[in-house]
Design a protein. Structure first.
Ligand SMILES: [Mn+2]
Ligand SMILES: [Mn+2]
Ligand SMILES: [Zn+2]
Ligand SMILES: [Zn+2]
Lengths: 142, 142
DNA sequence: ATCTACATTATAATAATTCTAAACTATTGA
DNA sequence: TCAATAGTTTAGAATTATTATAATGTAGAT
């Protein structure tokens, strides 16, 4: 979703009623220059910082999954102990910093197009994504 | 771990006492032709099928994590709702069947070596893995 | 055989997520 | 305009996966 777009319209387009909770979550998630990655816990904190009333935890979960189902959010599996979500919903690659547990987007140009030589009968490829795990290089000062 | 190797020896090599629970888990995990993927739940079932006495759930978790720490198992993050483990501990690529939730290894030869053009200062690359999500192709019979 | 550090176990605790059912609200159309 | 209705929110309970606890058991050393 683009920054400062008409969130009410965008919600209606996919059949979601524009409630005040959903509109607030749109503002928190999409009114910014760049896409970003978050956990549910991050999001709850962000919402409570930018809002007087709280949104109940169940609604945060419901809404995140509703947005995911409608293609406005994407779930990223990195750490099996926690769910990460991404406001960049296109297929793209990531760096994962194993020290800080930070997810970093990888520009399209940083990795050549990947060619899959094998195909699985009766199945089509939905996405091809690379995960590059990085960690601090302590061998540098040798 | 190779098939039919001396598990007692292999456990001692990494400083793990060869208890009967650990030896049994080695047999279940490594006495087979091919490496495979499993969840803790799968493993508990496999153990109880091949054994009279049970191994307590806490021990299964402890042992899986001990094996992982010692490099005899690898954790795979695909679905953030569940942990998958792999007896193939080398860095390798996967297909994930979104219909059946099945993980399939991808041969090294099926994907060309991936070149990462960007590097993150002070960080070294630990692994580069590709996940190819596939699903049934219902457009075939057009 | 005895000792001791490590391992196993049943069970309790925790954490993330989902369910439930009652209260609330956006939309419809009389 | 304003009830009727279907969809939404909510607090709290329930569920699930996983980890912690602490008592008991055991492998390996002496
Ligand atoms: Mn989800
Ligand atoms: Mn683990
Ligand atoms: Zn991303
Ligand atoms: Zn594998």
């Amino acid at each position: 979703m683009p920054k400062n777009c008409n969130f009410i319209e965008k919600l209606r387009e996919v059949g979601l009623r524009p409630t005040k909770q959903r509109i607030k979550m749109c503002e928190v998630l999409y009114n910014r220059e760049k896409t970003f990655h978050f956990t549910i816990n991050d999001l709850v904190k962000m919402i409570s910082e930018k809002m007087n009333e709280k949104i109940s935890l169940a609604t945060v979960y419901n809404t995140v999954h509703a947005f995911e189902k409608k293609g406005y959010l994407k779930e990223i599996s990195i750490d099996s102990h926690k769910s990460y979500f991404d406001t960049n919903t296109s297929a793209h690659h990531h760096f994962f910093d194993e020290d800080t547990h930070e997810l970093i987007d990888c520009d399209e140009s940083d990795i050549d197009k990947i060619n899959i030589k094998k195909n699985i009968t009766g199945k089509k490829i939905n996405s091809v994504e690379v995960l590059v795990r990085v960690a601090s290089d302590n061998q540098t000062q040798k």
